[in-house]
Design a protein around this ligand. Structure first.
Ligand SMILES: [Zn+2]
Length: 64
């Protein structure tokens, strides 16, 4: 992904800066604890597509 895009991309919820997680291909908002996925080099900046970083990873461990 073009990292220059990061200069113009902000979180759609809090309008704060995003951190690019190259490994996970996600844009992280530390304020909202949300991770926006990057698909085919295109950041998906929709809150309903974002991964909630505060909740336990659903795919990591089965819910009790
Ligand atoms: Zn945010």
């Amino acid at each position: 992904m073009d990292t220059q895009l990061l200069d113009i991309l902000v979180c759609p919820i809090c309008k704060g800066p995003l951190h690019y997680d190259k490994k996970a291909q996600e844009l992280i908002c530390n304020a909202d604890k949300l991770a926006y996925p990057i698909r085919d080099g295109i950041p998906i900046m929709w809150a309903d597509q974002a991964r909630d970083l505060t909740s336990p990873a659903a795919d990591a461990a089965p819910a009790a």
